[in-house]
Ligand binder design. Structure first.
Ligand SMILES: NC(=O)c1ccc[n+]([C@@H]2O[C@H](COP(=O)([O-])OP(=O)(O)OC[C@H]3O[C@@H](n4cnc5c(N)ncnc54)[C@H](OP(=O)(O)O)[C@@H]3O)[C@@H](O)[C@H]2O)c1
Length: 345
């Protein structure tokens, strides 16, 4: 049977550790949980069963693995220490006989977007960014349609617009919208992103290091690597539509509490085809997964054991191909994305 392995990690130390060790999470202070996480060995969480292609009727099985570092730790620890932990976790996948490893959340953005991990493990690795971009843009487009917002006259902002997911999303949005604002932190990366986004479409493109500029946008796609929220109620235009792709989320809970006029797509979530049982509660309702996880499942069902999304660049033609493969096998955007609790990194 075709197979895959999926690597996840705790986004919120206490909440996510409690999924596996409820008593420990209840008794220990947060700071101690984080310190322990660093020393904890990687875990084989479960055997994933029941993924089945709608097109071919063929199934695939997988394994869910936990790399015991939080998002904050992945940003703060020396890259080598983070790579070592991810590679150690990947070895568990190899011991199970996995033919492809899917990275998700911060395991996919640490360092070079999976290149070093694939080399050190000597196995196909996919960082999931291709399907993430396709589904995030589809989610925004669908929400705009539902709200009767014509994208061709709209201003869009991409927060984290110089990053892997953000830049490719901006390129996909460039032919659809009138104006694009790319927000990031580093000038050089932003000006390069502007050039690439201008080449991808007709939109007028502006870049900024000031998050306040998001308040001009009718639609916002947020995909930063910040371990804390970056978007608060004053940052958003009246009636804005926001798609928050980041894990942990970029949109602060106050936005939902104080801005009833704003529509927030809180995390892009996918319905997985077949009677899927992940064997572990990683925070989504049964049968649902994040796009980065879904990408590895799509590739396994397709029998394509290759490092499909690797490195930081996401390419438009691959986004279109991956979306077509995902649809073919029956992966669909979930109608209603759940609202995750606040993470603390
Ligand atoms: N839902 C899913 O399945 C899924 C899949 C893949 C990725 N993701 C999530 O998507 C996010 C982005 O991933 P990526 O691979 O694109 O990361 P990346 O390549 O490292 O890009 C991160 C971007 O965020 C910007 N940034 C970081 N901190 C910021 C801040 N405080 N304010 C404004 N911009 C900031 C960076 O700007 P500078 O470069 O200028 O610093 C960069 O443009 C992550 O949260 C990741 O977990 C989710």
């Amino acid at each position: 049977m075709d197979n895959f392995a999926l690597m996840i990690h705790p986004l919120d130390a206490r909440r996510d550790v409690a999924r596996r060790y409820p008593l420990l999470a209840q008794l220990l202070p947060q700071v101690l949980i984080r310190a322990l996480a660093r020393r904890w060995p990687p875990l084989l969480l479960s055997h994933v069963q029941g993924v089945r292609s709608q097109e071919t009727g063929e199934g695939a099985e997988g394994w869910l693995l936990a790399c015991p570092l939080t998002a904050g730790q992945m940003l703060q620890l020396p890259p080598q220490a983070v790579y070592d932990k991810i590679v150690q976790t990947g070895r568990l996948a190899q011991r199970q006989g996995a033919r492809l490893l899917g990275l998700s959340a911060f395991t996919s953005l640490v360092g070079d977007g999976g290149v070093t991990i694939a080399q050190r493990l000597n196995m196909p690795v996919t960082n999931g960014n291709t399907l993430t971009v396709g589904l995030a843009v589809e989610a925004l487009r669908r929400a705009a349609e539902e709200r009767g917002l014509a994208l061709d006259g709209a201003t869009a902002a991409v927060v984290g617009g110089s990053g892997s997911v953000g830049l490719a999303s901006a390129e996909m949005l460039a032919p659809m919208v009138e104006k694009l604002i790319l927000v990031g932190r580093q000038e050089i990366r932003l000006s390069q992103a502007r050039a690439e986004t201008e080449a991808a479409g007709t939109a007028e493109v502006r870049v900024s290091k000031d998050i306040e500029e998001v308040s001009e946008a009718d639609v916002v796609l947020s995909a930063t690597s910040a371990p804390e929220p970056v978007l608060y109620p004053p940052h958003l235009k009246k009636g804005a539509i926001v798609c928050d792709v980041a894990l942990p989320p970029d949109v602060a809970p106050e936005v939902r509490e104080q801005r009833a006029d704003v529509s927030v797509i809180n995390g892009v979530v996918v319905d997985v085809p077949g009677p899927v049982d992940f064997g572990f509660d990683f925070g989504l309702p049964p049968g649902r997964a994040y796009p980065s996880m879904a990408e590895a499942m799509v590739l396994a069902l397709e029998g394509r054991y290759e490092s499909y999304s690797l490195g930081q660049r996401v390419y438009g033609e691959k986004v279109r191909e991956m979306m077509q493969l995902a649809h073919k096998h029956g992966f669909r955007l979930s109608a209603e994305a759940p609202s995750p609790a606040r993470q603390d990194g």
